[in-house]
Ligand binder design. Structure first.
Ligand SMILES: Cc1cc2nc3c(=O)[nH]c(=O)nc-3n(C[C@H](O)[C@H](O)[C@H](O)COP(=O)(O)OP(=O)(O)OC[C@H]3O[C@@H](n4cnc5c(N)ncnc54)[C@H](O)[C@@H]3O)c2cc1C
Length: 369
């Protein structure tokens, strides 16, 4: 059997490894021009669900690279007000040296690409598919085509595979925008000790909120070293700019918006924001589904954000994509695609609901009505 995967993101790369390990023929098509293309280095929390999926699908060498490039595990989630008074604290047992509990997204993707050179094709943007003579013909924007027995859409929240398979599937704009940035951990920088221990969020009252989390590499990538992830979240009104302005801003101007919104916060936070690398800033629109996409089992299937986009408020999107990859590997190797699709929907819906519940609790955001 020959499987074609669209999208070399977290889920697509994990699936490609799993299928190769299981002896299933696979090719992976990614629209980015190269592995180095997107330095979208935000920190991703890897839960035990993601960790066991990685253990199930990755060859030993790739798993070793993932562990090496992960960040030192944190042990804290804490909340503060804008004067840096702690309002909430939860401690976690620290993870051991052979486990992954948080990882820089860019370093993770680079590690996951290891060993896939002969099956991964960059610069291939999927446009559509057609089922022909018991196979799937796949079309790309350069006019080329490929054929496969099964097509997997692992092409993220704006999936074109899903758009064709489940055209009426509803993805909701949460109204929340994230302005993401990086604060390099240079010698002498004053960082509250809690910010180096785990995920710390600041409630901004009526204005936007912010969060900080450390990326302290076991082995840093060539391009950069340890940093503090900083992200400001708010509606367009709270951030003071409509989408037309926010999404068109340069990285430097985006970071000026963040700095402007923290001018009356505790000086330690203001100083941290001013110490960020302004060229690393980018905006993210937070989208989610309420129901997981559904379709009749055939030669085209989906995994990850393509089928169940969710808010990052449960730290579960990537972990669920990894779970999908491990379960879909078993299904394609064992001819049980319908079971994958049924189990995936149940498993993912629980994560979607948890992220919606957390968003309501943390931000008063109710998207279900
Ligand atoms: C700020 C933020 C923080 C987050 N933190 C966490 C966290 O702590 N833990 C967690 O579990 N999750 C987290 N998530 C969610 C997580 O990033 C996603 O759920 C995860 O990346 C989904 O993986 P995926 O493989 O489905 O999609 P993606 O990783 O988005 O990969 C999709 C791939 O498909 C490619 N592609 C798209 N269209 C095409 C096309 N037409 N042709 C070819 N290729 C295409 C894209 O270029 C991309 O490489 C966070 C998300 C955000 C925004």
């Amino acid at each position: 059997m020959q499987v074609a995967i669209i999208g070399a993101g977290i889920g697509g790369l994990a699936l490609a490894h799993g299928l190769r390990q299981a002896g299933v023929g696979v090719r992976l098509f990614e629209r980015d021009p190269s592995a180095r293309f997107r330095k979208q280095g935000y920190r991703i929390h890897i839960s035990p669900v993601g960790e066991s999926a990685l253990a199930a699908v990755l060859p030993a060498e790739v798993r070793r690279r993932v562990i090496e490039t992960a960040t030192h595990p944190g042990d804290l989630v804490a909340g503060f007000d804008s004067s840096l008074t702690k309002t909430f604290e939860q401690l976690y047992p620290g993870a051991g040296p052979a486990t992954v509990s948080a990882i820089d997204r860019y370093a993770f993707r680079r590690a996951l690409i290891t060993g896939l050179d002969d099956v991964l094709v960059f610069g291939k943007q999927f446009t559509s598919y057609a089922e022909k003579a018991g196979r799937v013909e796949i079309h790309f924007d350069d006019g080329s085509t490929e054929t496969a027995d099964v097509l997997v859409g692992a092409d993220g929240v704006r999936s074109r595979v899903r758009a064709q398979l489940v055209p009426d599937f509803e993805v909701i704009d949460s109204g929340i925008r994230c302005l993401y940035g990086k604060i390099p951990l240079t010698p002498g920088l004053q960082v509250p000790p809690d910010f180096l221990r785990g995920f710390c969020f600041i409630a901004g009252g009526d204005g936007p909120g912010a969060a900080f989390a450390p990326v302290l590499f076991r082995t840093p990538p060539e391009e950069y070293g340890d940093y503090l992830m900083a992200v400001m979240t708010g509606t367009q009104d709270q951030l003071g700019h409509p989408d037309e302005e926010l999404l068109a801003m340069s990285a430097e101007d985006l970071w000026k918006v963040v700095a402007h919104n923290v001018t009356d916060w505790h000086p330690t936070i203001t100083d941290l924001i001013n110490a960020a690398d302004p060229t690393a800033a980018f905006p993210i629109t937070l989208r989610t589904c309420i129901q997981v996409a559904s379709w009749e089992t055939g030669r085209v299937t989906l995994l990850g954000d393509a089928v169940h986009p969710m808010l990052p408020s449960a730290g579960a999107g990537a972990n669920t994509a990894l779970w999908d990859a491990a379960r879909l590997t078993e299904a394609l190797a064992g001819d049980s695609l319908p079971q994958y699709e049924t189990e995936m929907r149940t498993h993912a819906l629980a994560a979607v609901n948890e992220s919606l519940h957390n968003a309501q609790r943390l931000f008063g955001l109710d998207l279900t009505t």
